[in-house]
Design a protein around this ligand. Structure first.
Ligand SMILES: NC(=O)c1ccc[n+]([C@@H]2O[C@H](COP(=O)([O-])OP(=O)(O)OC[C@H]3O[C@@H](n4cnc5c(N)ncnc54)[C@H](O)[C@@H]3O)[C@@H](O)[C@H]2O)c1
Length: 390
């Protein structure tokens, strides 16, 4: 079998955990070719840590490298599509992290974008971008893989298997991605991320529920598609007095810190998505599926395979216990095998196999496009106070 050369583009937080997953791929020969970042010191650090063959700040040079087959984009969302398009033009397979893209504002837009630009204008602009993206991907001869880890987490993989076997009818799903504060300095401003908690966090469960309805569509033998969206968002803690902000970790300028979306599907079923930046108990990732013959509660984090209780944090300084929980004392759910349970390992294993065997990705361009459309329809729904038909 041919060896697949990988270049990681963006050597920050996501570039690091993608690299950790690449080295664990089995059954497909992966060659870590290039670590790329416009900050060469970051590229060099990632190269050293994970043994990439070279580090570079020159994306064009990497695209011209015939031994690079896969461009794995772990850049800020604003750069996803321009970098993806160049890779497709160069004949490379593309992996793109979430969210696919967003509305980041134009030079003419009044600032701050999140406060001043009507969401309807954003939605219409995004629809054009998505159409262009669909066409470019359709014209390419390579694969476009959307790095949505929810879809490859063992709980969702198992749920998909059960839905296929039991042929259950999904009645509704409720799903949440919430955190206590952001690790990203980009999270405060609309012009950098294209939105707030819905874009950063809600994009995960939205893609997850779309995938599960895609599975149900295959089982039923007809298409079940999202048809409308109703949403409510808030910038809740902004108005809190200073003394109430002691445990609030992130500062948000023109983005929402709370998002709630109801998606209605063409078969009448619903999915309710919650995404908040202020879950004090630490990161929450789950999808609960209620069907005509059962319930599947798919939990990703916090995991429940190990609990710890500590009176103090002595000796634990360098021990990773849990993401997003600010203290290690008392009772904790220890994040054991997190990269597996959250789907990062399964995701890159599947993408490697997709490329090696020319297989259609489970998480491909359609889910990426639809997720983005739903998020911006949600912003319109919130601003205009009504249901938005897709
Ligand atoms: N799936 C997940 O759970 C998950 C988690 C975190 C982040 N992400 C996604 O990963 C992506 C990156 O986020 P992050 O947290 O790693 O951000 P980050 O800021 O840690 O890393 C981004 C890197 O891109 C580099 N960069 C910026 N502009 C560049 C350019 N023009 N050319 C080359 N390199 C450039 C930066 O120097 C930085 O090293 C985002 O799309 C984010 O949504 C996904």
């Amino acid at each position: 079998m041919a060896v697949l050369g990988v270049a990681i583009i963006g050597c920050g937080f996501a570039g690091n955990f993608h690299s950790n997953a690449w080295i664990k791929v089995n059954g497909v020969d992966i060659r870590l070719k290039a670590a790329v970042d416009n900050d060469l010191s970051r590229a060099n650090a990632l190269k050293e840590k994970w043994n990439y063959e070279y580090a570079s700040a020159d994306y064009d040079k990497v695209l011209a490298d015939p031994e690079v087959d896969i461009i794995d984009i772990a850049l800020p969302p604003l750069l996803h599509l321009p970098f993806a398009y160049k890779a497709l033009e160069a004949g490379k397979h593309v992996i793109c992290d979430k969210p696919l893209t967003g509305y980041f504002g134009t030079e003419e837009d009044e600032k701050p974008v999140g406060d001043k630009v009507p969401k309807r204008k954003m939605y219409e602009s995004i629809l054009k971008d998505l159409e262009e993206c669909r066409e470019k991907v359709a014209k390419s001869n390579t694969l476009f893989m959307y790095a949505e880890n929810y879809i490859y987490s063992p709980a969702i993989v198992k749920a998909a298997e059960i839905l296929r076997k039991k042929k259950s009818y999904v009645i509704y799903m409720n799903a949440e991605c919430s955190v206590h504060g952001s690790t990203s300095p980009l999270s405060k401003d609309w012009n950098l991320v294209g939105g707030g908690s819905i874009m950063r966090l809600g994009s995960h469960p939205i893609a997850g529920v779309l995938y599960l309805k895609q599975v149900e569509s295959e089982v039923r033998g007809y298409e079940i598609r999202p048809v409308s969206v109703m949403a409510d968002t808030g910038r809740i803690v902004k108005g809190f007095p200073e003394e109430a902000k002691k445990h609030i970790l992130s500062k948000f300028n023109d983005v929402e810190d709370f998002g709630h979306i109801t998606i209605t599907f063409s078969d009448g079923s619903k999915a309710v998505i919650l995404s908040t930046e202020h879950y004090m108990g630490g990161i929450q990732n789950h999808i609960n599926i209620i069907t005509n013959d059962g319930v599947l509660n798919c939990n990703m984090t916090p995991p429940d395979n190990m609990k710890s209780f500590f009176m103090d944090e002595d000796g634990l300084e360098d021990v990773y216990i849990s993401e997003n929980l600010r203290c290690k004392t008392g009772w904790n759910s220890v994040f054991v095998a997190e990269e597996t349970l959250r789907g990062y390992i399964g995701e890159l294993q599947a993408f490697a196999e997709d490329v090696a065997y020319g297989r259609k990705p489970e998480s491909g361009i359609d889910i990426a496009l639809e997720t983005t459309k739903i998020m911006y329809a949600a912003y319109v729904s919130d601003e205009e106070g009504r249901r938005v038909n897709l």
